[in-house]
Design a protein around this ligand. Structure first.
Ligand code: FMN
Length: 359
């Protein structure tokens, strides 16, 4: 299963050390201005090697559009995009060819398929998420025309929590930190872990503003459920919270309910969704990422023949995957919301009358 979505679908292909990765995004309505510079700028935000806080793999992540766009505008046909891999160092993975890296997907891929592309993790590598970001950029262009904007940033690194949230600040922070006062100690935590040949986890806060009431399908394609699926499907994501999430389980109903006034909701504990349908308030999601599995400390593992062995890794790895994960969270939220806007179009007769009535 390499396809995501119902009306707007994203199919990705490619492996970490293969020739290329890419995606096909289908269902984009004709007539959308496709700003290639914007798609590239989104990929640049996710691309590796921008600072010491990220993997040293240096990929340009130059995207090429192969189809579905004519004279800068979507044609309503599938949009295919490709990104060639240029900076693979597959020999770094020769020593893990016959063993399983703890915390990575090697063990499960091998036992599921009976073989695995060990070079950089093959398809299980988060290199694939560049293709999601390319597809997500198209979804963002579509949503932007509808007044929906998506932003993200890190609200926690190695247990160090943000106490204030500033999405504008996060845009120019090396670690997409949401709290300017916590950025320095969060950065130090990442660099200390890296010096100790270790890694840290982090939490990404993603929000969408300008979302209309009514996105989300009862009962099996609820907006919160699909967003949770989209976020949990990102490599290394281990938990997702909608609105106040886990904290809401510690509140009384009187504290947790978002009271309603003629001007709108008084608060947003619900994260902008009720009954699986958007309520017109901002969508708020937290995605919790585990520490990067590839670390440079000796660890116990087994070979493909199930013999005990020590695992000593080479290669280049992110000390905190949540940083680049933030851009992927935005892409996944964009894909879900774009899909939901298209799905919602036939839900009222007035939608159909607007489209088809001749009078
Ligand atoms: N894992 C690594 O071992 N090294 C990396 O450099 C690395 N970079 C990542 C970058 C991003 C943006 C993301 C989202 C994840 C990254 N991961 C990295 C995590 C692995 O891909 C992931 O842990 C692995 O596929 C196992 O899947 P699971 O953790 O979801 O069970």
């Amino acid at each position: 299963m390499n396809t995501f979505g119902k009306r707007l679908t994203l199919t990705t292909f490619g492996e970490s050390h293969g020739k290329a990765i890419g995606c096909i995004i289908d269902g984009v309505p004709a007539g959308l201005q496709i700003d290639e510079a914007f798609i590239q700028s989104e990929l640049n935000r996710r691309k590796p090697g921008k600072s010491k806080l990220e993997t040293g793999r240096k990929e340009d992540d130059k995207v090429e559009i192969l189809s579905g766009v004519f004279e800068g505008v979507s044609t309503g046909t599938p949009i295919a995009m490709i990104i060639f891999n240029t900076n693979q160092k597959s020999k770094d993975y020769e020593n893990v060819k016959n063993l399983f890296r703890p915390g990575h997907a090697d063990f499960t891929y091998f036992h599921k398929y009976g073989l695995r592309d060990y070079r950089g993790g093959g398809r299980s590598s988060a290199r694939e998420t560049a293709a999601r970001v390319a597809g997500g950029a198209i979804a963002k262009l579509m949503l932007r025309e509808l007044g929906i904007e998506i932003q993200s940033g890190l609200c926690e690194v190695d247990g160090i929590k943000a106490e204030s949230i500033d999405f504008e600040y996060a845009k120019n922070s090396k670690l997409y930190a949401l709290d300017p006062n916590k950025e320095k100690i969060q950065e130090e935590a990442i660099l200390t872990a890296k010096e100790n040949h270790d890694s840290v986890g982090g939490v990404v806060l993603t929000t969408a503003t300008g979302v209309p009431v009514g996105l989300g399908e009862p009962l099996y394609y609820k907006l919160d459920a699909v967003l949770a699926d989209a976020m949990m499907g990102i490599n290394a994501a281990k938990a997702v919270e909608i609105g106040d999430g886990v904290a809401s389980t510690h509140l009384k109903g009187s504290e947790n309910n978002d009271e309603i006034t003629p001007e709108g909701f008084k608060s947003n504990h619900s994260g902008g969704m009720l009954g699986g349908i958007s309520n017109g308030d901002s969508i708020i999601i937290k995605t919790h990422f585990k520490p990067t599995p590839s670390i440079f400390q000796e660890q116990d593992t087994v070979t493909t023949a199930n013999e005990p062995v020590k695992c000593n890794l080479k290669g280049r790895h992110d000390p905190c995957v949540a940083i680049r994960g933030a851009v992927v969270c935005e892409a996944m939220m964009a894909l879900v919301l774009a899909d939901m806007t298209l799905l919602n179009m036939g839900r009222k007769m007035e939608h159909l009358r607007t489209l088809y009535s001749r009078s």
